[in-house]
Design a protein around this ligand. Sequence first.
Ligand SMILES: NC(=O)c1ccc[n+]([C@@H]2O[C@H](COP(=O)([O-])OP(=O)(O)OC[C@H]3O[C@@H](n4cnc5c(N)ncnc54)[C@H](OP(=O)(O)O)[C@@H]3O)[C@@H](O)[C@H]2O)c1
Length: 242
Amino acid sequence: MSGQTALVTGATAGIGRAVAVQLAREGAEVIVHGRDAARGAKVVAEIQANGGTARFVEADLTDAHDIERLAQEAGKVDVLINNAGIYKFLPTSEMTEELFDLHLNLNTKAPYTLVRALAPGMVERGHGAIVNLSTLAAAVVTKGTGMYSSSKAALEQLTAVWAAEFAKAGVRVNAVAPGPTRTPGTDAMDAATLKTVAETTAMGRIAEPEEVAEAVVFLASPRASYITGVVLEVTGGRLSIG
Ligand SMILES: NC(=O)c1ccc[n+]([C@@H]2O[C@H](COP(=O)([O-])OP(=O)(O)OC[C@H]3O[C@@H](n4cnc5c(N)ncnc54)[C@H](OP(=O)(O)O)[C@@H]3O)[C@@H](O)[C@H]2O)c1
């Protein structure tokens, strides 16, 4: 992927960090996005130590002006990975208005705003790849995930619409739907919950972020040149009923 610039949102941790490292290994110049400059610098240093090229851009994706600034500072982007996201599992009665807005703003509106800002350049240049991070919870009813799964289901529908909208211009748009994955985000959950979640997969374990990143990088790469509009599940398999 040399000669290509890739913007990875939420690349300071977890799945985004693993995607950034793997894209750099494929030769892409990576823009590591996040809010935490110290963690961003660590990821950039790791990529550079491996011989890759990367720089950090800070932006709060809940702020529309910050998103526009990020798009400006990113410049020419060939590969956009909409990874930054939030997941709070709560019963509906406990979901606050603030958290409702946070899920929609970060998981749905920020990817929309970035695609609106960056896809026209891809169309103009006649090539580009976008990968959106969804979740298995968008397709499978999962306790407490009303707002999270809805915000990602919307992103999956946008993926399908954008794939159709941009296909003839040479821009592919796909999504990856991970199952439970070991990241700083899930590390914050208690061990019993993680064990319960792991047991909902056919493989009986949670994923490492690098396993999810492999699928993201494949869809972003020219190796997936005839694939657009798909949601690729990376879930360790579904359990059978009975
Ligand atoms: N982990 C899982 O089990 C799992 C399963 C299915 C789907 N997913 C999806 O995969 C994606 C990554 O998940 P993860 O577990 O790797 O996440 P994570 O460990 O919680 O890391 C979240 C990343 O998003 C960034 N971020 C959070 N809020 C932000 C904001 N307001 N503005 C800008 N950046 C922000 C964080 O950057 P800073 O800290 O630097 O701000 C960080 O880099 C998410 O979209 C998630 O929904 C995860």
